[in-house]
Design a protein around this ligand. Structure first.
Ligand code: IVH
Length: 675
């Protein structure tokens, strides 16, 4: 190797190490040290060098757009991936304690470790000489499927173990759960509903399904998954003697571990901890279905050993299910914003997972046929976390006479147009562009909080506007005048003034909100934010082809195609023109490539902490940076503002200590001119 070559190689190593470190600090430690722009800069430098000199196996560039595996190869687990015995109540737990006391012939209390039972997909990651080699699903416990390519997209999967070489010799296999955080789960299902796809029943199915995507791999979806480590099956350093030590080692290697774990000195403490966890269940960011209790001492674990399928030293203390029985009182077809006819079951109201459920979507005819749900049936209803309520199955009662099978109507129940179901499609639609139901739902969507937020424009008023003929198409809404409204029944001067003022206010919006309002399939708040920040300007976005759209970090090929298709339709272009002509406007955003040096936030440093109600962390960061501000990971005297959301932690204390201003999301948005 020549001198310059050697220098280049050294620089590449340095870049790989630095970038992996930054990824870890951002995604695992939640304490980034550099801005996204600085990160991108380093990333591009590495990418350019790799083009000439090849890609090192631990390069962060491998995480981007990696080709999916051809199929899923079987991977035998050298150490079987066991399951856990279930306990449904405190008595079961005490019985477990007694079994262990007997087996160990020991009376004194057994110290335990309590961890949330993560409701995701079990996964094994194998490292050799500290380097990640392969990732596999649990499968049947003996053999899993290789899903390395998909797992590579998860930023919480370290490509390389951190720490001293002597602690990661030979082969290390780490086990944990891939989970889909509830916020991402809700978003995914919203997107699926918009595309008339069946929603995932729960975050576990969504996580498992995402890991096993073979075609049309959706990188954004994979990126929203999290790997949380909880066990080491091979290669545990010999000086580790307890469960708490395992957690510390996992963290030192660079893994994300569940924040809510605790050491309990006896069964009573563990039972109390479980109950406290159950009480907090709804406020956690991921779905959990119980507590896993493990004997802390590894020596005692070895003494207790395993039964055929489950260890004796651990147990899953399950939460009560988010499922109830109820009766289907009626089934009707509802017509959505896109004209899809969705069968909906009206249920005898039932309290499930913290809310009263009285309706459940049955999605489409195939779904009704598959589950064979009929009026009068007793059904199991499920609601997990943020999920839309679902009918899991019909409870069959022997000898009970049932009504006849339910079929979607041949005609739109709203406008009586003949409904159509295209060959190969699951959805039945009303093809009438002027169907009042479509327009009604579009207007409600546009008026919604996440879109243009027209204050006071609810279902009743929309119905009145449509019935009176004042509004026939969406743009008509923005051309309304007070005089015309006064002609409506029960409409006084004050209400009319208020509505017109609310509409006028909604017209001054932001580009992301406008994009959400358009209702492009799969373009929710997150994608809208990415597109707006990337292009900065609607005309540039409208002119972008799918290739240019996929180039936006976080936008996958399906979304890109949807966006391009939407903007290439003449009808949509005309509508956008009309809306702009009626005064809809938004400030242009400095595209990501030319961050404003003199924006309202120039010289201002922000720290984000906790979960913000609307903006994702990356969206908040992008907005602040677009306004010229800087986002860092640690609160110091140089910090100007700490933006705090739900469950904000130590950064808040630090801010108080240093007397740094703490603001919430509404204040931030107001400062951004968005309030
Ligand atoms: S320990 C031998 N810890 O639950 C020990 N498992 O129902 C077994 N799970 O297959 C694994 N959270 O996929 C462990 N904190 C946790 C867990 C956990 C979820 C899963 C795991 C296991 C399944 C058994």
């Amino acid at each position: 190797m020549t001198q310059p070559q050697r220098r280049t190689k050294a620089r590449m190593r340095e870049l790989v190490e630095a970038l992996n470190g930054h990824l870890h600090r951002y995604h695992v430690l939640d304490a980034p040290e550099i801005s996204d722009a600085e990160y991108d800069h380093l990333f591009l430098e590495l990418k350019a060098l790799e083009e000439e000199f090849g890609t090192p196996p631990n390069s962060p560039t491998l995480r981007v757009g990696a080709p999916p595996a051809e199929g899923f190869e079987p991977v035998p687990h050298r150490v079987p991936m066991l399951s856990l015995d279930n306990a449904m109540n405190a008595d079961d737990i005490r019985a477990w304690g007694e079994r262990m006391a007997r087996a160990l012939d020991r009376d004194e209390p057994l110290p335990l470790v309590a961890e949330p039972k993560l409701d995701g997909a079990g996964v094994e990651l194998v490292y050799e000489e500290g380097r990640w080699i392969v990732g596999a699903t649990r499968g049947d416990g003996q053999t899993g499927e290789e899903v390395t390519a998909n797992l590579r997209q998860l930023l919480s999967v370290p490509l390389e173990l951190e720490g001293p070489a002597e602690r990661k010799r030979d082969r290390v296999s780490v086990r944990g759960e891939v989970v889909l955080p509830l916020a991402a789960f809700a978003r995914l299902n919203r997107l699926r509903a918009e595309r008339d796809l069946e929603p995932f029943a729960n975050p576990r199915n969504a996580a498992a399904g995402s890991l096993r995507m073979l075609h049309d791999v959706d990188v954004e979806r994979l990126r929203s998954l999290e790997f949380r480590a909880y066990a080491v099956a091979e290669g545990l350093p010999a000086d580790i003697t307890d469960q708490v030590g395992i957690q510390t080692q996992l963290r030192d290697w660079g893994f994300l571990i569940s924040p809510d774990t605790a050491r309990c000195s006896d069964l009573d403490e563990a039972i109390a901890w479980h109950e406290a966890l159950l009480a907090r269940r709804e406020s956690l960011s991921v779905e959990i279905d119980g507590t896993v209790l493990k004997v802390d001492s590894l020596a005692l674990q070895r003494d207790l050993g395993e039964l055929s399928r489950v260890p004796r030293w651990a147990i899953a203390f399950k939460f009560p299910a988010h499922q109830e029985h109820t009766v289907v009182e009626e089934i009707f077809a509802s017509v959505g914003r896109t004209g899809a006819l969705t069968p909906v079951a009206k249920l005898r109201p039932v309290f499930v997972g913290g809310v009263t459920v009285s309706n459940a979507s049955l999605h489409n005819q195939d779904e009704i046929d598959r589950k064979d749900v009929r009026v009068g049936d007793t059904v199991i209803v499920q609601r997990a976390g943020d999920v839309i309520p679902q009918i899991v199955a019909v409870v069959k009662t022997k000898g009970k006479r049932r009504r006849k099978k339910w079929r979607l109507p041949d005609r739109c129940p709203i406008c009586d147009t003949k409904s159509v179901r295209e060959e190969g499609e699951a959805v039945t639609r009303c093809p009438n562009g002027a169907c009042p139901a479509k327009i009604r739902n579009r207007i409600l969507h546009v008026a919604g909080r996440g879109a243009l937020d027209v204050d006071g424009l609810g279902e009743k008023l929309v119905a009145q506007l449509l019935e009176s003929g004042l509004v026939k198409e969406l743009p008509d809404l923005f051309g309304l005048e007070v005089e015309a409204l006064l002609a409506l029944e029960r409409m006084g001067q004050k209400s009319a003034d208020n509505l017109i003022a609310a509409i006028a206010k909604a017209k001054r919006t932001t580009l992301p909100r406008f994009l959400i309002a358009l209702g492009i399939p799969e373009v929710g708040a997150g994608v809208a934010e990415l597109l707006a920040n990337h292009f900065g300007d609607l005309d540039l976005l409208m002119a972008a082809d799918p290739e240019a759209l996929v180039a936006v970090d976080g936008v996958g090929p399906i979304v890109a195609q949807n966006v391009a298709d939407y903007f290439s339709e003449g009808r949509n272009q005309d509508e956008i023109e009309r809306l702009r002509g009626l005064g809809l406007e938004w400030p242009s955003i400095a595209p990501r490539s030319e961050l404003e040096a003199d924006g309202p936030f120039s010289d201002k440093t922000f720290v984000l902490t906790g979960t913000l109600p609307h903006l994702s962390r990356s969206a908040a960061k992008a907005r602040i940076e677009a306004a010229g501000g800087k986002v860092t990971g640690t609160v110091s005297k140089k910090t100007d503002y700490v933006v705090a959301g739900e469950a904000a932690g130590s950064k808040l204390h630090k801010a108080a200590e240093l007397e740094v201003a703490v603001i919430d999301e509404p204040t931030l948005l107001e400062m951004l001119g968005d309030g």
